[in-house]
Write a protein that binds this ligand. Structure first.
Ligand code: ATR
Length: 277
């Protein structure tokens, strides 16, 4: 029997920089699967129409990236637990008349920390900077790992309050202290892991975190990748350990791949090859 080629896409705006086609092609090759995975640029006001065209062209699934994760959540007819809580979707599966929405970002982050960086979040003190979609997408996955506490901070206090209020009940159910703090008041040398989930690095902006927040035993994790960010430079200057978001990118892709193909791909070599590029 000849294998039927399946079609996938990543939809975003902009999209030319996306590494997802390359990552999924590598996973598929390793798994011996025949797939076609392309990057699709959607005009900002046409995400729904573009996705519906792709569905009519028999697409099996799609990844969704900025700025459409909320719209993908709205479009999905069924949601995974993580997608429902984040109210954002980065992976769609098209099955019969159903559009199933998943969010694999948080799983990608915690798996990168656990498997690649070998850091267990349980009993750790974690600071998450940012209150946009990127932060929202990972909070529940962090809480599930039961750190001692998770502290949220953000430039804009109103957004911080809104995200804290929304996640409060989940933290309570999981018996994790969920705190919030102004950037200027972050305690010195307290946190084990400091995660930058802001988009500040896109324009090389400083986060105005006091140098003393960092220390040599903490890990500074930037969800950004591709170039060294001001956040990573600052952490390094204080002898903190650092990592970029390449591992998270590959691990979230691996989880999407698993959802679509029921095969867990090897990620280590893919991460290494993307880092050395
Ligand atoms: P995303 O979906 O990538 O998270 P977003 O929803 O626009 O995008 O959120 C961007 C995040 O980066 C926010 O937390 C934003 O802070 P504000 O809520 O104060 O806007 C943060 N951010 C962007 N540029 C920043 C900068 N120069 N300094 C500090 N925080 C910044």
């Amino acid at each position: 029997m000849t294998e039927v080629k399946k079609y996938f896409a990543v939809i975003g705006n902009p999209i030319h920089h996306s590494l997802s086609p390359q990552i999924h092609a590598t996973f598929a090759k390793e798994a011996g699967l025949l797939i076609d995975y392309e990057a699709v640029l959607s005009p900002l006001d046409q995400f729904k129409q573009i996705t519906e065209i792709l569905i009519s062209q028999k697409l099996s699934g799609a990844n969704v990236t900025l700025p459409f994760k909320k719209e993908a959540y709205q479009l999905a007819t069924t949601h995974s637990n993580h997608a429902r809580i984040a109210e954002a979707v980065n992976t769609l599966e098209f099955r019969d008349d159903e559009i199933i929405g998943y969010n694999t970002d948080g799983i990608g982050l915690v798996r990168d920390l656990a498997q690649n960086i070998k850091i267990n979040l349980t009993h750790k003190k974690i600071l998450l900077i940012g209150a946009g979609g990127a932060a929202e997408g990972v909070i529940f996955s962090i809480l599930e790992k039961k750190p001692i506490d998770l502290t949220l901070t953000n430039r804009t206090i109103e957004k911080l309050i809104a995200i804290k209020n929304r996640m409060h009940g989940y933290a309570q159910n999981l018996h994790v202290n969920l705190n919030m703090i102004e950037i200027a008041k972050i305690p010195h040398q307290y946190f084990d892991i400091i995660i930058n989930a802001t988009s500040s690095s896109l324009n090389e902006a400083d986060l105005y975190i006091d140098n003393k927040v960092f220390h040599e035993k903490c890990l500074a994790y930037d969800m950004m990748y591709g170039k060294e960010t001001p956040f990573i430079r600052q952490a390094k200057s204080q002898q903190a350990k650092t990592t970029d978001g390449i591992g998270m990118l590959v691990e979230q892709a691996a989880e999407s791949f698993f959802i679509w193909h029921h095969i867990k791909p090897q990620t280590k070599s893919v991460i290494e090859s993307l880092r050395t590029k």
